[in-house]
Design a protein around this ligand. Structure first.
Ligand code: AG3
Length: 280
């Protein structure tokens, strides 16, 4: 008998992976979490049935959500991560010795617990003393935050359905803007424009950010296990242009070993195909 995992990408498109073993299934007060061991992508974590991370392609997402802003402003010291419970974003941030403090606000402790148990290569820095891990609602956290002390906010969220919904709203982005320093940068996972539903989400998130931040760009990466495999990130900033202000020399001098990101690719990732350009 063969066991297959399927995520429905549209009403007429399914994405399936052959499964070795269903390792874990749990339900938190927020969502259902499953861990599957797959033949091609190694271990896979799903939330409410949707792919969040796989061992084989997580490096693309985490490299791009972290190293792009880090290479633009080499003086980032204080970071806020919203979501990101698997730990991949924090793992990449901890490669920078000059980062002094990361507040990571994950709504669902189950995500961190499952990551620690089944994904040690992704969750390995969650206990780092520079990381202050809070199990709270990110929307509430930014609402309650008083001062503008963050150099960078990374929104490492799910799709805008379920617990991730509030992380795609104007009110949330406004609070993020308010608590960012005067040269602050916000980066989010910005869905995809290939299929209808993710396209609606991507365009909405982008147009909301545009109303708040003076500089808003999208950049792209190839993430095979996400809908269409063609994924976008948003870069919203008060001062820095992600391409003109890229400090390639400085970033390269840090000698950070990455599997996906490099500073040539950084520039290229902002060069959008024509069918995407027309949306942004
Ligand atoms: N964040 C999830 C991206 C959205 C995936 N969507 C989907 N499969 N329909 C990933 C978190 C990684 N730290």
């Amino acid at each position: 008998m063969e066991l297959w995992y399927t995520e429905k990408h549209t009403n007429s498109v399914n994405f399936s992976l052959k499964v070795k073993e269903h390792l874990f299934s749990g339900q938190s007060e927020f969502q259902k979490l499953d861990v599957l061991d797959t033949y091609e992508y190694g271990k896979l974590m799903t939330l409410d049935g949707l792919v969040m991370v796989t061992e084989k392609d997580e490096f693309v997402y985490h490299d791009m959500i972290v190293h792009v802003p880090m290479a633009v402003n080499p003086n980032i010291k204080k970071v806020l991560v919203i979501g990101g419970g698997d730990g991949g974003t924090v793992r990449e941030l901890m490669r920078y010795e000059h980062i002094e403090h990361v507040d990571m606000v994950e709504i669902d402790k189950l995500v961190c617990d499952a990551a620690k148990e089944f994904f040690p290569t992704i969750s390995c820095e969650l206990e780092n003393p520079r990381v202050n891990l809070l199990y709270e609602d990110g929307v509430k956290f930014v609402e309650d935050s008083k001062d503008n002390t963050y150099d960078l906010i990374i929104i490492d969220s799910t799709d805008p359905i379920g617990p991730g919904e509030g992380l795609f709203t104007t009110a949330f982005y406004k609070n993020c803007f308010r608590i960012l320093k005067e040269d602050g940068i916000l980066v989010n996972q910005n869905e995809s424009v290939f299929y209808h539903d993710t396209k609606e989400a991507a365009l909405k998130a982008n147009s909301k950010l545009r109303k708040i931040f003076p500089i808003v760009k999208v950049y792209q990466a190839c993430i095979p296990t996400y809908p269409s495999g063609y994924w976008l990130f948003g870069f919203a900033s008060k001062k820095y242009d992600p391409v003109k202000d890229l400090n390639a020399e400085k970033w390269n001098s840090l000698n950070i070993k990455t599997k996906y990101y490099n500073t040539d690719l950084h520039v290229g990732s902002f060069a959008l195909p024509n069918f995407v350009k027309e949306f942004f």
